[in-house]
Structures are given as structure tokens and as C-alpha cells.
Design a protein around this ligand. Structure first.
Ligand SMILES: Cc1ncc(COP(=O)(O)O)c(C=O)c1O
Length: 445
């Protein structure tokens, strides 16, 4: 075991240096013998290290010449860029929940819209943040989430990712620092990178962020905003208690940081304490969407802005898309107003609970953790396994999962997988999960 762990450490170290660009494409790596000497391991261990790095596509051996770093251009983790040798059979890398009767529901809703007298209004450009009655429908819906705001504080977006981007455009400048959990939503990392922002990791303490560490971070560095998912954190599944929320809001207030509260998965926990927006309404942007409750393809979301930032948010919307598509907005607000959304939220919670039960049953000998009504779970791997090789093994059998490095804000992600449970048909899920369990128990370390 000690040998296995040592070999894994060396692989991690070299893999991190390659991914960080410290070892550029084309760099010749030490011979097996040199590597063994440097790390004080057996030559066989060094050979195993290179074999592993080759298996995950980071290095290549050239006969008679040595081992070289391969071009990593385009490497974004297993779910994004790699071509799979098999047809996809199960995608546990992305949640796309959809029930069979939703197609009929869409057909009916489109028919109703087609028959309505206001059809021509959908051919006109709407105001950037949305028409006032559409914003009022969303504001009314948000009351159930404990958010009580005027409709003009609600800005309609093309989903939560667009909400994040819009908030960053409105509130940050290149070089600003955003504090985010050490494991966080990858879309934030993409957007922060595009905006040339620095991410300062907030360490984890138990089931939540380490607030002493956050306080220290805010005291010692000019943190512009804290990005947080207090309810059903992606990927770790935690829901923060009221005291933690209160303190987090206090820290932001004391150090004059904005809060970006991502409530995309919050509908899955309807017993959660009040959102951070309640504790710090003057500095919190609350954003969410209908992607995980109704359909990912809708591309409809909303962001609640503090009154002082309302205008800036509208300006940044103009700069990107000039607001949402009227037809989609009509569809989404109809479904919010007539209770369809609430119906599906409830159904999704029940479905997620069922899927979690299946996951706990299939993976009971491993350290699988999840929120009881979450659409995903977190699977730390046994110490002898690497996340990328395990994911590659699974991919070769047609099962896609996401590795921890996709979510990390540090250079040393844990060896863990995030399993998105909501996409495969419920009937197939036990087989898929049993297969994952079997793979983890049988692949060599
Ligand atoms: C935490 C979180 N925020 C935002 C998003 C983006 O969602 P949308 O599809 O609404 O852009 C996702 C999507 O998976 C997510 O997990």
C-alpha cells in the first residue's frame, strides 16, 4: 500500500506540473533510472509512473529517445474533450433530468402560446432585463425561496451561467479576486478565467466553508466577491445552517465584499434556511435557473440584484445578449405562473431521493456522500486509485463521470468522482451504479 501511495504521489506531482504548464509540451522527462533516483523509489516504480502518465495521455515514450510531455492543448477533463472508443451508454457527468410527459407538456404549451392573442408581442425585442410582468412573475415565485424583492430587482437571463457572467461583467475588473470553495462549480471557473479574475480558494471545514479562513482571506486580500452555493452545494451536496449563513453574510459586510449566491440546485432542498440574499440584501446577487427543475434546453434563468447594482446588471445584459428570447420567456413564465414549475420541482426532489437511495445501496462499501435530495453525489476513491484513471476505465465501458480536478480551485484536487445521477433512466441506474462499484473494486491500483 505504501508503495502504491508513493507511486500515485509522483504521478500526481508530474501530472500537476504538466497541467499547470510548468512542464511544456515536448519537454524530455528524466530516464526511468534518474526518476527512480530522484524520488528514491525502485526503477520498476518509476516505470509504473511513466506508464500511468502515458495511460492518461500526459506523456508519450519515443523508442530510443526517451519520454516526452505531450501537447495538452484542449485537455479539459474526461467529459469535455476526449473521444470515446465506445458509444455513450450512460452519462453521469452532466445532469439533464427529463420526464417522459414533459414533451407533451411542451407541445401543449406551444399550442397555447400559438393560439394566444399576444403572439406578435413575441416578435418584438423586449427590454434587456425582461418585461415588467414577466419579472413580477419571477419575483412572486421567489417569495417561496425566502426572497422578497421588487420586480425591478429581477433580471431575466439565459440560464444561471449567463447570470454569473452578467454579474461578473457588472461588478468586476480584470485582476479582481473572487473567493470560492476549494471545490466549486466549474462554470464559475470558466467565467472567472474569461474575465481574467483570480480565484482565492476557501478551504473546507466539515460540511461547509472554513469561515475563519474566509475571514482571514477577506482581511488580508482585497476580495471583490464571495461565490457560494449555500443550498445543495455542487459538487459536495452540503446545505449550510442558518448560523453559518449569518456569519458568512457578516464577513462579507465587514470586509465590503459582494456575494454571488448560486441557487441553481437550491430547489432540491425546500427545508433549507433562508438564502444569504435575506441576510445581506444590499450586497448579494442571487441567481438560479430552470435547467435542473424543468429542462436544461430551456436556457432560462434569473438574477436578483441589489438595488444599487440593478442598472449595472442591465447594462451588462445589453453588452451580451440584450436579454432573453421572448418566446422562451413566455414559455418559462407561463410554467412558473401556472404552477407547472412547482410541480416539477417536487417531482425532481422525489426522483432525486429515489436515485440517492439506489446510489447508497450500490456504493455502500465506498465513501459515497450526497445530500438526500440532490441530483448528484461525491465519491472519494480508495487510496490506491487515481481519479483520472478510474474515469478512463469507466469511459471505456461507456460510463461518463466527472473527476474532482474539474471542480478544483487548488492545484491538488482529491482523487474523487462526482456522479450526476439525474440523466439516465431510473431503471438503468442500479446496473450503472453496480458497474461503477465493481470497476472501483477490481481495477488495479
Ligand atoms: C451550481 C451551478 N450553477 C450554475 C449552473 C448553470 O446552469 P444553467 O444551465 O442555468 O446555465 C450549473 C449547471 O450545472 C450549476 O451546477
Amino acid at each position: 500500500m505504501a508503495g502504491a501511495a508513493r507511486y500515485k504521489q509522483i504521478v500526481d506531482q508530474i501530472a500537476a506540473a504538466i497541467r499547470a504548464g510548468d512542464l511544456a509540451a515536448g519537454t524530455q522527462l528524466p530516464t526511468h533510472r534518474e526518476l527512480a533516483r530522484t524520488h528514491r523509489v525502485a526503477v520498476a516504480t518509476a516505470t509504473r509512473v511513466y506508464a500511468e502518465l502515458a495511460a492518461i495521455g500526459l506523456v508519450g515514450g519515443e523508442p530510443g529517445r526517451g519520454t516526452f510531455v505531450l501537447d495538452q492543448h484542449g485537455y479539459h477533463g474526461i467529459d469535455a474533450e476526449r473521444t470515446l472508443p465506445v458509444t455513450r451508454i450512460a452519462d453521469l457527468s452532466f445532469n439533464q433530468p427529463l420526464a417522459v410527459d414533459q414533451t407533451a407538456q411542451l407541445r401543449n404549451a406551444l399550442r397555447e402560446i400559438a393560439g394566444s392573442g399576444t403572439l406578435d408581442s413575441l416578435l418584438y425585442q423586449h427590454p434587456p432585463a425582461g418585461r415588467s410582468h414577466d419579472r413580477a412573475i419571477v419575483a412572486n415565485y421567489l417569495l417561496d425561496r425566502g426572497i422578497d424583492v421588487a420586480p425591478d430587482q429581477v433580471v431575466l437571463t439565459h440560464g444561471a451561467q449567463h447570470g454569473i457572467d452578467t454579474v461578473l461583467t457588472a461588478t468586476t475588473r480584470p485582476g479582481n479576486i473572487i473567493a470560492a470553495d476549494t471545490l466549486t462549480y466549474p462554470g464559475l471557473l470558466l467565467a472567472a478565467n474569461a474575465h481574467r479574475l483570480e480565484i482565492a480558494p476557501i478551504p473546507q471545514a466539515g460540511v461547509g466553508p472554513d469561515l475563519d479562513a474566509l475571514e482571514h482571506l477577506c482581511r488580508t486580500r482585497p476580495i471583490r466577491a464571495i461565490y457560494t452555493m449555500p443550498t445543495v452545494h455542487n459538487p459536495l451536496g452540503w446545505t449550510l445552517n442558518a448560523d453559518t449563513r449569518h456569519r458568512l453574510a457578516d464577513i462579507a459586510t465587514t470586509h465590503d465584499c459582494l456575494i454571488i449566491e448560486d441557487g441553481t440546485y437550491a430547489f432540491l432542498d425546500n427545508t433549507a434556511p433562508l438564502p444569504l440574499q435575506h441576510y445581506a440584501p444590499d450586497r448579494t446577487f442571487y441567481l438560479a435557473s430552470l435547467s435542473k427543475s424543468l429542462a436544461t434546453g430551456l436556457r432560462f434563468g434569473f438574477t436578483v440584484a441589489p438595488t444599487t447594482h440593478r442598472r449595472a446588471l442591465e447594462t451588462s445584459l445589453r453588452a451580451s445578449t440584450w436579454g432573453t428570447t421572448p418566446l422562451i420567456t413566455a414559455l418559462a413564465t407561463t410554467w412558473i405562473a401556472d404552477g407547472t414549475l412547482t410541480h416539477w420541482e417536487k417531482a425532481r426532489r422525489a426522483d432525486a431521493r429515489h436515485r440517492q437511495h439506489l446510489a447508497h445501496t450500490a456504493l455502500h462499501t465506498l465513501h459515497y456522500t450526497a445530500h438526500p435530495t440532490s441530483q448528484f453525489g461525491w465519491l472519494p476513491l480508495p487510496p490506491h486509485l487515481r481519479a483520472d484513471t478510474t474515469a478512463t476505465h469507466l469511459a471505456h465501458t461507456g460510463i461518463l463521470v466527472t473527476t474532482a480536478d474539474t471542480f478544483t480551485t487548488t492545484t491538488h484536487p482529491p482523487h474523487a468522482l462526482r456522479l450526476a445521477l439525474a440523466s439516465p433512466p431510473l431503471t438503468q441506474l442500479p446496473t450503472i451504479l453496480n458497474h461503477i462499484h465493481h470497476t472501483i473494486n477490481t481495477i488495479p491500483g
